[in-house]
Design a protein around this ligand. Structure first.
Ligand code: NAD
Length: 308
């Protein structure tokens, strides 16, 4: 049997690297592209340095003939999308269009997964949030992710390109130097204090990057690819106060977290994913928040200590 190839745009990023390793573990060849130099991408992959959109993408796709594509190239920051919506739009919409159009022309049967976000829901009507709840983004990031989802609909309905959309909740794991888990580690380890935005009662559904990689490989191998949507989280709601306490424990620091009561633009209040659809494909989360945070605490301690 010929080995199948998965194409991963954004392969040098936080999720792209983990996803590449998971596909390699499952016996796939990996072809990746990113804007960075090759040494930053995982070893053992066929790598092309490309800043999308680029006409060379068509040739690369024709050359590698991917059976699947997991689109990880893009931005992943709500605050940056608020301060620079044009840059966020560019990476979410024209880049996604260029990829889908190149796949339509060069590999029209490629099973293509778009990495969307829970940000498309805004403040959900009910928890846990299921895929059929209305979308109501609160940030440019959420609006632009929704536009990317509409592009997936377009290419599946009009050109029969097989697509699926995965709405990721709050990703975390070693290597991610942004968002609340990293912010807590950095503040605690560099200043010895912890004061955070909000009330502490805001909640998120945290999912470890290795569970995301495993879920995405399961989607690629088992989903129908009719432009359907999948929520991807742990299915567990965790308040930011509980997250902070568990992480402080993992860091071995005895501290009470403080909250300033403020509300940040673009931030929804509570999230928890209904993950029935993705688990029906055979995926099951395997990393508890406690054990996942221990790995982040060990990594962040090593990084922040070696910098000082
Ligand atoms: N990390 C999260 O919490 C999270 C949650 C939901 C969805 N997502 C989505 O998953 C995807 C990957 O997120 P991440 O956390 O790995 O982000 P990341 O920033 O670590 O990685 C993105 C990668 O894409 C590359 N890239 C960006 N624009 C590009 C372009 N024009 N051409 C080629 N490469 C380009 C970057 O160089 C980077 O290596 C993003 O679309 C993000 O919106 C992430």
């Amino acid at each position: 049997m010929n080995t199948k190839t998965v194409l991963i745009p954004g392969v040098a990023g936080f999720l792209g690297q983990r996803i590449a390793l998971e596909f390699m573990r499952r016996g796939w060849e990996v072809a990746g592209m990113d804007v960075v130099e090759a040494p930053n991408a995982p070893a053992g992959i066929r790598y092309r340095r490309l800043a999308l959109p680029d006409p060379a993408l068509f040739d690369f796709i024709q050359e590698v003939q991917p059976a699947a594509c997991v689109h990880c190239a893009g931005r992943a920051s709500v605050p940056l999308s608020v301060s620079d919506p044009a840059a966020d739009f560019h990476d979410a919409v024209p880049v996604t269009f260029a990829l889908l159009d190149a796949l339509r022309r060069a590999a029209p049967k490629c099973r293509t997964v778009l990495l969307s976000s829970a940000a498309v829901y805004g403040n959900p009507l009910r928890l846990p949030v299921s895929e059929d709840q209305p979308t109501a983004p609160l940030s440019p990031y959420g609006f632009h992710k929704l536009l990317g989802e509409i592009l997936a609909d377009e290419f599946t309905r009009l050109y029969a390109l097989p697509t699926a959309v995965v709405r990721i909740f709050s990703a975390y794991g070693p290597g991610l130097r942004r968002q609340v888990v990293w912010d807590i580690c950095e503040r605690v380890l560099t200043s010895g204090t912890l004061r955070l935005h909000g009330t502490g009662e805001e909640s998120r559904d945290f999912i470890h990057a290795d569970d995301i990689a495993s879920a995405l490989a399961t989607v690629v191998e088992r989903a129908p690819f009719q432009a359907e949507r999948y929520n991807l989280g742990s299915g567990q709601e965790t308040t930011i106060r509980a997250l902070a306490c568990t992480l402080l424990d993992a860091l071995g620091v005895n501290l009470e977290p403080e909250f300033d009561g403020s509300v940040r633009a673009g931030d929804p209040r509570n999230w928890c994913a209904n993950i029935t659809a993705v688990t029906a494909l055979g995926y099951a989360p395997s990393i508890t928040l406690e054990s996942g945070l221990r790995t982040v605490a060990a990594w962040a301690s090593a990084k922040l200590t070696s910098q000082s």
